[in-house]
Design a protein around this ligand. Sequence first.
Ligand SMILES: [Zn+2]
Length: 227
Amino acid sequence: MMTLFTVLIIILIIVIVVCVVLLMRLSGQESQFMEVSDRYLKDIGKSYTKNKFAMTIYELYRDIIDGVQQENYEFLRDVLSDEIYNNYLIGIKLSKERQIKNVVSDMKPVFAKLVNLVVNGDTEIAKVWIRVSYIEYALDMTPLTEEQMKIVTGERIVSGSKTNRMEKEYILTLVKTHTPKESVVCPTCGYVSDVIIRNRCVRCGTDVVQRRFHWVIVGKEEKPLSR
Ligand SMILES: [Zn+2]
């Protein structure tokens, strides 16, 4: 009688363990995203590969971070939705009020993956999962008195570090109006863009497309670091 009870308890424990392992696996899969295949992109008429697209979007993100620091409003307005653009504007304004200068430098991609690209009516929606590595710190920009200037030399770092690299992951959502053929040839210099992310030619600055015909970032969601 006692041994039957022990056997039942052991079976119950095994069942619980198996269930827990299965659940952990399932939730683990949920936080991972499958990459879109090059075959699929070809099938929907795209001339770029998933890697080309994802790297172009990573470079766009890096340029946006530079654009925020250089206050390149015209560029930011062109590549961001109104909501995200306004959020960056608020951030810039707050830093100015607090006399803080945020510096993000030496950004590198850890990875960039195209995880979704769908054509929905006359709209195309893409999701790109990026992990970036960078240096971030904030400088105190309040003016110093003559007395203080004698003591304080060099930059006043108030947060972050000039030596420790940070890593973050984001899911970027982008939209554009659907066009059967995406490549655009610049009428002035002949430069061919496969993944169009600006209204202007990246080489000579000629206007090549309207905003609705190039990818615009409409969502930026931070994701917990994977693995
Ligand atoms: Zn051009």
